[in-house]
Ligand binder design. Structure first.
Ligand code: FPP
Length: 247
């Protein structure tokens, strides 16, 4: 475990999003198939969910499968879908014990029917749990989420609609969930990769060179500690009260 601990009393992020990257590289370094990296990645996800709950984080969004990940081989896609299904079924006792609520962001329309069934079941079975909320970003793309929101608005027609930020937000996948305070990307890439494009407008970013399968509670603590040292201004200047007038 890391020497560094999160600062007690300082604000812990309410919502953390994680781009879990580096599974393939982890496997390649060991001359293993990429799927082995995803298997280890799943173990890491379980570790980090537990650690996040213990730290008092309220929402954790995990980028499991993007709208672009369908470009991978059928073998890899099938393997990841199998892992997701296993995770949803086999972890139910863990969610129950820890009162973890499972949620989904992304387009269920493009997912295999058995995954949609298990996802709905897990979301329904954990709906009333008051602990950490784990949001699985599955068949998720930030642009696609905004596109689907606009589609919902248009469907409300006919007639002229005044489009406000609040209206768009209300049509996103989970409008009740606060925007992520902190977005973590593992494995060193400096990209957003279409993750939470609307919601991340004022998120703090934390990039770690460590590959996702190597992440432990200590890495999460280091990320939260780093977050606690940031000054968040949301575009304002401290001490000056301005006027917001964009709608
Ligand atoms: C990115 O690494 C990882 C993915 C696209 C899949 C993530 C899936 C898991 C961690 C397992 C399922 C988890 C849950 C919670 C159900 P990459 O393959 O792009 O790695 P690379 O950039 O090194 O090739």
């Amino acid at each position: 475990m890391s020497e560094k601990k999160i600062i007690p009393g300082a604000s812990v992020p309410v919502h953390i999003g994680i781009i879990m990257d580096g599974n393939g590289r982890w496997a390649q370094k060991r001359n293993q198939n990429r799927t082995q990296g995803h298997l280890e990645g799943l173990k890491t996800a379980k570790r980090i969910v537990k650690a996040a709950g213990d730290m008092g984080i309220r929402y954790l969004t995990l980028y499991v499968f993007s709208t672009e990940n369908w470009k991978r081989t059928a073998e890899e896609v099938g393997f990841i879908m199998g892992l997701v299904k296993r995770y949803l079924i086999e972890e139910m006792d863990f969610y129950r014990q820890n009162r973890i609520r499972i949620r989904h962001t992304g387009d269920p329309g493009g997912l295999p029917p058995d995954i949609v069934r298990e996802l709905r079941q897990a979301c329904d079975d954990t709906r009333d749990f008051q602990g950490l909320q784990v949001i699985l970003a599955l068949n998720y793309g930030g642009r696609d989420e905004i596109r689907r929101a606009v589609q919902r608005i248009v469907r409300e027609g006919p007639g002229e609609i005044t489009v406000t930020e609040d209206l768009i937000r209300s049509c996103l996948d989970n409008p009740d969930i606060p925007d992520p305070d902190l977005i973590i990307r593992t494995a060193g890439e400096l990209r957003t990769s279409n993750f939470l494009l609307w919601e991340a407008a004022y998120s703090e970013y934390y990039i770690s060179d460590i590959l996702w399968p190597d992440w432990t509670e200590a890495e999460l603590q280091a990320a939260v500690l780093d977050f606690q040292s940031r000054e968040r201004r949301f575009g304002a200047v401290p001490g000056i009260q301005g006027r917001i007038n964009h709608e």
